[in-house]
Design a protein around this ligand. Structure first.
Ligand SMILES: N[C@@H](CCC(=O)N[C@@H](CS)C(=O)NCC(=O)O)C(=O)O
Length: 217
């Protein structure tokens, strides 16, 4: 179990320590101070494609949250559900314009960068299209750089993408920066994103969600 006890809801997060979509949800759960059980689904062992897992999640992806026995998939839908079910602190603003800004920032990562570098895409590039490691890495870098170019310009001047408190876009940014570093993407051109990432990592909610903090020994 992680976090403080919830009054009513049992939350089980099926995730993988290095999955950045899962990492988003762990941050959101921690920011809300929610207790949850983690069930590790090894993407390396292919457990996301097991019959049992596919019976619950036809897409065969992590994360998947089971809340009082009901299944929710897709990290942004999970964070939205958390925000509606446990409104404090707000991760997605209520007001129309700040809400649009926050969702746009989040979707630069979640809709435009991350899907192009998903494990199944990388496997397809390597195994079906025959890309070698160098060209595969160029592919990974390209989509992160294009997305970060835009997000840097959209970052505003707050401590976080969410302004003076972290929000849904910060839940997306930090795992994507982690992923960029893992693939040695040069990040010097993104001072705002790096400052926001550093500010987030000052917070325990982000630190406890980090892959190194949750990975099994
Ligand atoms: N849009 C989905 C993406 C989920 C996703 O791509 N998960 C990856 C790990 S980060 C996955 O499960 N990949 C398994 C595979 O490609 O086989 C979300 O936001 O939850």
């Amino acid at each position: 179990m992680d976090g403080a006890p919830n009054l009513m809801t049992s939350l089980v997060l099926h995730d993988y320590f290095r999955s950045s979509a899962s990492y988003r949800v762990r941050i959101a759960l921690n920011l809300k101070g929610l207790a949850y059980e983690r069930v590790e689904v090894s993407l390396i062992a292919g457990e996301q494609k097991s019959d049992d897992y596919l019976a619950q999640n036809a897409q065969g992806f992590v994360p998947m949250l089971v809340a009082d026995g009901e299944t929710i998939i897709q990290s942004l839908a999970i964070i939205d559900w958390l925000d509606r079910s446990f409104p404090e602190p707000r991760l997605i603003p209520d007001e129309a314009m700040p809400r649009a800004v926050a969702l746009a920032q989040a979707q630069v990562v979640a809709s435009d960068i991350h899907p192009l570098n998903n494990l199944r895409v990388l496997k397809y590039l390597k195994n079906s299209l025959g890309l070698n490691e160098i060209t595969k890495d160029r592919w990974i870098h390209e989509w992160i750089l294009q997305g970060f170019d835009a997000l840097e310009a959209m970052a505003g001047d707050g401590t976080y993408l969410g302004g003076e408190a972290p929000g849904i876009a910060d839940c997306c940014l930090v795992p994507q920066v982690y992923n960029a570093r893992r693939f040695e993407v040069p990040l010097d051109s993104y001072p705002r994103l790096l400052a926001i990432d550093a500010a987030c990592m000052e917070l325990e909610a982000f630190r406890r969600a980090h892959p190194d903090a949750v990975k099994s020994a």
